[in-house]
Design a protein around this ligand. Structure first.
Ligand code: BGC
Length: 853
């Protein structure tokens, strides 16, 4: 059994009063929950694979033990009420962050900061608080958060193993609180808490425009250390006026620009209790309240792995270029023997040019991605990894050292449970799948981002497109639920869901100063994420809470979609549709799909969101269901009357528009086959190459398949000329690119990201059609195995995690026979579709063979 609380193993600092307890299998079980002192707070039984806690009210900062059958586990609650907070926000003495405000237009027109980075960035703040422990501590929990990003130490020992805490949130409304078990770092007598506090997402340069101080211009922190002694007494150490601050080794640290660390300036021993902080300044109290503080939910950002360089080329003068062989999000640790004051710089990029020369594919304002280390000159050598930044890269160029230093890529990301796998006997399809997984890893970093280097923004449209695929690879409910909390916080009073979330006050202001796509606040296909993402999560996990939490926000978005403003405003449309960007300079090209396809995309997504919201209403037993259904019908009828000709033609003849019109059922039955035929013609006229943008690409293969053109769906999947998925693979992709032709056979074509998961949505097809695992009821309670034996692979294996445990399938086609085998967990009703008929599968292992063809 796999005992989890809110999808996590033995979480601490849990923020909900009615956590979801699960054990990864169905069957009659008894559940009991106790407080640490042995008092039982709940007993229940169920035949399901999960249950919502329904016992006595859970208390703050309390340890609980629970059991399912004979298996035991635990969890602890965090500070559940604002009134649990006694600490004050402490604000170190600091020069306010240099405020730079840029708009999208500034970026596009090539404006850049005039002052050098060193005059615009500022040092990381160090904080210390002494306290004494009288007696023997049996439990110590540190609750901490910051405006900025922080790292904490207790007596020099790092608290936990998270990085970039507290993570990115819509800080105006919510600031996440981490909980660390620091019991083993405490000792009797003098102790010290130490914090390093950097600008991070709060005050640093972030987002589309690379503007700074988007949530505030000063950093501050808050913490509370809860102590429990062996005699049962308790104590609390709160951040307050006794905290002392200074600056140290970090000359500056910015998530986007990079970090500069002068190790000579690090006050030796500043994290230990016996350090003399006589010269440090007392901090101020910011006076801010604690209402926005919330226990962090989901998985923290951690170091997910290390990658050694595959090759190091170059020379001391032009720099050493280490190739890690993989596009990642993270940073580089270096080790070398260096002289005191020796300055080493590390620049990051995702690709070289066609001749193997250094090339920077990430353009924009404040996107330097450059770290600097100034050595202290230790005879035995020194090692450094930046702490308050990360980059998107495959290559690093290191300057300032005579010989290549040891360099290791540290992969960062939110520490999800990776529950799915797809493998087949074709190396290219495997690589495509791995590329998707890498892009998911890199962009599931605190929030779901478009890319981990240029904008790093929680673009709503990108995750709308990718969410179904994401669910196969990992357990994404906690991660996306946390993000949806932010989306709801950012939703405007009139129902508009911003184009990305977190959405800062500056984002809102910049939109009022912008023109064209720079002025878009909410867009069809982006704002609809508030409906599509919860629905995708519900379909794959049956966790109805995600529907319940977001239902009112769905209705508010739908209400906005009824307004003339929605139909008349500019939408991103089928963003980056290949034929609309081919042959045009990028800044011009990106405006074409919005103008051409936006007016049609708007009613299409309105209809589909109404339909999905109606389904959500049915699940939740809400009274709005029938009205939403009939409104969806009216919107479809209006669309058909205004935009679909008798012979199934659309006013704009692009593959993507036909795909969406068919996928969202916007073509009246009489014209459906004509429209499908037209789509097939459009695909064929491009030689079996796709011409779909962000919004339509997830539906392309399904629509071809469902309209009887399985041959064409397979041809598009296996296409190797651009635009196509395997073109990327054939051209050395190790992640999913933002644009199909981001890299040509002779090197990068434009300054585009090589790490955007959106087009990786095809991964869902690999699981659903090539391997053939499909959820036929929410949460895989019913499963259909229907492999495509013509898929082009000879042998395929895949599995996904479900609430009932792992659902897996494998198939092989050989010597005129197909063999299909797999696993059906208890509680799941499954059937296998084989040539010549269907078989119902009982729980357990199965293995069937058939003559084929
Ligand atoms: C981002 C996207 C996003 C798009 C919308 C881009 O710059 O990288 O992925 O969805 O803008 O306009």
């Amino acid at each position: 059994m796999d005992l989890r609380v809110e999808y996590l193993v033995e979480p601490i600092g849990l923020g909900v009063r009615k956590p979801r307890l699960s054990w990864g299998s169905a069957g009659d079980v008894e559940i009991e929950v106790w407080k640490a002192d042995g008092t039982r707070v709940w007993r229940a039984s169920t035949g399901e694979a999960w249950i919502e806690y329904g016992g006595e009210r859970l208390e703050s900062d309390t340890a609980y033990r629970w059991r399912v059958g004979s298996q035991f586990s635990s969890f602890t609650t965090g500070l559940l009420d604002a009134s649990d907070w006694r600490a004050a926000w402490v604000r170190p003495v600091q020069e306010p962050a240099f405020v730079e405000r840029w708009t999208l237009t500034d970026w596009i027109t090539g404006q850049r900061p005039e002052l050098p980075v060193t005059s615009r960035l500022r040092p990381v703040q160090l904080l210390r608080q002494r306290f004494s422990v009288e007696g023997s501590v049996v439990r110590g929990r540190l609750y901490a958060s910051a405006h900025g990003i922080y790292q904490a130490w207790v007596n020099g020992v790092e608290a936990g193993d998270q990085v970039l805490a507290p993570g990115f949130d819509s800080y105006q409304d919510r600031v996440s609180v981490q909980c660390y078990d620091v019991t083993s770092s405490l000792r009797g007598g003098a102790n010290v808490l130490a914090f390093a506090l950097a600008d991070g997402w709060f005050a640093g340069r972030i987002g589309v425009t690379g503007s700074s101080a988007q949530f505030g211009d000063s950093v501050s922190a808050i913490w509370q250390l809860h102590l429990e002694y062996s005699d049962g007494s308790t104590g609390v150490v709160c951040s307050g006026g006794d905290v002392a601050g200074s600056v140290g080794g970090w000359v500056y640290a910015d998530l986007f620009v990079g970090e500069c660390y002068d190790s000579r300036a690090e006050p030796s021993g500043w994290k230990s209790h016996d350090f003399s902080d006589a010269g440090w300044a007392p901090v101020g109290l910011s006076g801010e309240g604690t209402a926005a503080l919330r226990p962090f939910s989901g998985e923290p950002i951690r170091r997910l792995g290390e990658i050694p360089p595959r090759a190091v080329t170059g020379d001391a003068e032009s720099g050493w270029v280490a190739d890690f062989g993989q596009v990642v999000a993270g940073r580089v640790r270096i080790s070398a023997v260096m002289a005191a004051g020796q300055t080493v710089t590390l620049e990051h990029t995702e690709t070289l040019d066609g001749d193997g020369n250094w090339y920077t594919n990430i353009a924009g304002i404040n996107k330097e991605q450059t770290d600097t280390y100034i050595a202290s000159g230790l005879a035995e050598g020194e090692s450094w990894e930046p702490a308050f930044t990360f980059h998107g890269f495959r290559y690093v160029r290191i300057k300032g050292v005579d010989s290549p230093p040891d360099a290791t890529a540290i992969v960062l990301g939110s520490d999800l449970a990776w529950t799915g796998e797809f493998r087949c006997d074709d190396a290219r399809l495997n690589r495509l799948h791995e590329n998707v997984v890498w892009s998911q890893k890199a962009n599931f970093l605190s929030i779901p981002t478009d890319c981990p280097q240029r904008e790093r923004a929680g673009w709503t449209g990108d995750i709308l497109v990718f969410a179904p695929a994401a669910t196969n690879n990992a357990q994404v409910v906690p991660f996306l639920r946390r993000w949806l909390d932010n989306v709801r916080a950012d939703q405007l009073a009139d129902g508009r869901v911003p184009i990305y979330s977190p959405y800062s006050p500056w984002d809102a202001e910049a939109a009022t100063l912008g023109t064209g796509i720079g002025a878009v606040v909410a867009s069809a296909g982006w704002g609809d994420a508030i409906v599509h993402v919860p629905w995708a999560l519900y379909e794959r996990t049956a966790d109805h809470r995600v529907l319940a939490e977001n239902f009112d926000a769905m209705l508010a978005w739908i209400a906005y979609q009824r307004t003339p403003e929605y139909s008349e405003s500019l939408h991103f449309g089928d963003w980056l549709t290949p034929s609309t960007i081919e042959g045009r300079p990028l800044h011009e090209a990106i405006g074409v799909a919005p103008a051409l396809t936006g007016p049609l995309i708007a009613p299409m997504f309105r209809a589909q969101s109404l339909t999905l919201a109606a389904r959500a209403a049915r699940v939740l037993g809400r009274p709005e269901a029938a009205e939403l259904e009939s409104e969806a019908g009216r919107v479809r009828a209006e669309f058909a009357a205004s935009s679909v000709s008798e012979d199934g033609r659309l006013p704009v003849e692009l593959q993507g528009l036909y795909v969406l019109a068919l996928a969202f059922d916007l073509i009246p039955a009489r014209a459906r086959s004509a429209a499908a035929a037209r789509l097939a013609e459009l695909v064929e006229s491009r030689g079996g190459r796709l011409d779909t943008g962000f919004l339509s690409v997830p539906h392309l293969l399904d629509v071809l398949w469902d309209t009887g053109r399985r041959d064409l769906a397979r041809r598009v999947l296996w296409q190797s000329e651009a635009p196509s998925w395997l073109y990327q693979v054939d051209n050395g992709a190790t992640s999913i690119w933002e644009s199909w032709d981001a890299v040509g056979p002779d090197g990068p074509r434009r300054e585009l990201s090589l790490n955007h998961y959106a087009f990786g949505c095809v991964d869902d097809w690999l699981y659903r059609r090539v391997a053939g695992i499909r959820a036929a009821a929410p949460g895989y309670r019913e499963v259909v195995f229907e492999p495509d034996f013509e898929a082009g692979a000879g042998e395929v294996r895949a599995h996904v995690g479900t609430p009932f445990g792992r659902v897996g399938v494998g198939w092989r086609r050989r010597d005129g026979e197909v063999r299909v085998w797999g696993t059906v967990p208890e509680g799941v009703v499954a059937r296998l579709v084989l040539p010549g008929g269907e078989i119902s599968l009982p729980a357990g292992e199965f293995d069937h063979r058939r003559r084929y063809p």
